[in-house]
Design a protein around this ligand. Structure first.
Ligand code: SF4
Length: 432
């Protein structure tokens, strides 16, 4: 490659995978590559695959095959969780050149060089081991100046019965606090206005660090970075939220009153079968604390419907629980079998029609709850961070409040502006 080599990146799945993609892209850019869109001709295509559901597996393979069609001579790299779990099977099903595992991302550029030199399949998938340490990759520059997702943690020790992630991402391990502070300081000085902390199990941040620093210590340290305007937390475990956490968190200037607390089910018996570590009562206690320490906090969550053996009565317990909490947004997923997990072999798998009906019930409830949460701010003035043009209204930009409600109003990109809310717009947010 004598001209500037081109790289195209595609990511399937979660924010952690997106961060990993951006960090691997930074390694290529440092070697003189130029990034192009994924549907353009490129010399290297990098797909960060996902295996959280069967659909994610399929999308990952489709993306690898699409890359091959876009340029039959390109180097096609498969990274991420599907490469880690099923690297061998991937070789059979997709015409890939480099397969890289979750412990080997830092070597991606070297592996591409090997492939180019020897024109042979290069596989680098280290078995996820118990003694893995955090692989410290970082972003060289923001991919988006409005909001940057920062990875603070990798892996999970929880082994929820439905989840394959601990098998492909390994044990929980935390990123060094100074490394996070350095990256956030650098991004803020380049104009990033909001930082979102992500990880596979953010709540366990620090449990493996020698200096006893926990998530709340990290939040306090980040809050002292000059110019950081918003700090948002990724998905949390309800048990993290206790009185001591809330008391300190409520003093953190930049922290958005938006908490994503994974619920998965509102039924005690389903939670026990899922191997979740809390009961609905414990969850409710965390909600009460958040409502005590934060003014009208936005509470969002994930729910899995149709977990093996979920009866109508258990599903109804979830519906009732959701109504009791009053979330600002639900993410509802039908249970999907993942081979290798405990739930995959459980009896009484729920049929797909029942799952579809249950998704539908919660989706309707979600729309009503979103609208009712948003309605309480009509007539108030709220701070909005604007991100992108409103496709429906060329005069407006779309932005988000600290409680992550979508707003359409006249503004500039990347601007934080106080907006008086005129009306809600269905479940899709506000208009000024
Ligand atoms: S907490 Fe449970 S659902 Fe989340 S990554 Fe760990 S095992 Fe998976």
């Amino acid at each position: 490659m004598s001209r500037t080599p081109k790289i195209a990146v595609n990511t399937i799945g979660c924010k952690v995978n997106q961060y990993d993609s951006a960090a691997m892209l930074a390694l290529f850019l440092a070697q003189g590559y130029e990034q192009v869109d994924f549907d353009m001709p490129a010399d290297v295509y990098l797909v960060s695959t996902c295996t959280v559901t069967a659909i994610a597996d399929k999308k990952s393979r489709q993306m690898l095959n699409r890359a091959r069609k876009l340029n039959p001579n390109a180097v096609i790299c498969a990274a991420g969780c599907l490469s880690q779990k099923d690297g061998e099977a991937l070789k059979e099903k997709c015409d890939v050149d480099v397969i890289i595992g979750n412990a080997d991302r830092a070597q991606i550029v070297e592996r591409v060089k090997e492939n180019l030199a020897e024109r042979r399949l290069v596989t680098d998938v280290t078995e996820i081991r118990k003694d893995d340490v955090y692989e410290d990759l970082s972003l060289s520059s923001p991919t988006d100046k409005t909001r940057a997702f920062i990875k603070i943690q990798e892996g999970c020790d929880n082994f929820c019965a439905y989840c394959i992630i601990p098998y492909v991402r390994g044990k929980a391990r935390s990123r060094d606090i100074q490394s996070i502070l350095n990256e956030v300081s650098a991004l803020v000085s380049q104009g990033v206005r909001e930082i979102v902390l992500t990880g596979i199990h953010v709540s366990s941040y620090g449990s493996d660090l020698k200096d006893d620093a926990r998530l709340i210590d990290l939040l306090e340290a980040l809050d002292s970075i000059e110019g950081l305007e918003r700090l948002r937390l990724g998905s949390l475990e309800p048990l993290l939220i206790d009185e001591a956490f809330c008391r300190r968190a409520a003093q953190i200037r930049a922290l958005c009153p938006h908490f994503h607390l994974s619920l998965q089910s509102g039924s005690a018996t389903v939670l026990a079968r899922m191997n979740r570590k809390y009961s609905p009562e414990m969850y409710l206690n965390s909600v009460r604390l958040l409502k005590k320490y934060f003014d009208a906090p936005a509470l969002t969550t994930d729910i899995i419907v149709g977990f093996p053996g979920e009866t109508e009565a258990e599903f109804q317990e979830t519906v009732d629980f959701v109504n009791t909490v009053g979330f600002s947004k639900l993410h509802v997923f039908p249970y999907s079998i993942r081979t290798g997990t405990k739930a995959a072999t459980m009896p009484n798998q729920v049929d797909s029609e029942t799952k579809k009906t249950r998704v539908h019930v919660l989706t309707r409830l979600d729309e009503r709850m979103q609208e009712s949460f948003a309605a309480q701010f009509v007539g108030q003035t709220v701070s909005v961070l604007f991100e992108e043009p409103d496709g429906q209204n060329p005069k407006n930009y779309i932005g988000y409040t600290k409680r992550y409600i979508r707003v359409s109003a006249p503004a500039e990109q990347n601007e934080i502006r106080d907006i008086k809310i005129a009306r809600t717009k269905g479940a899709t947010g506000y208009e000024s």
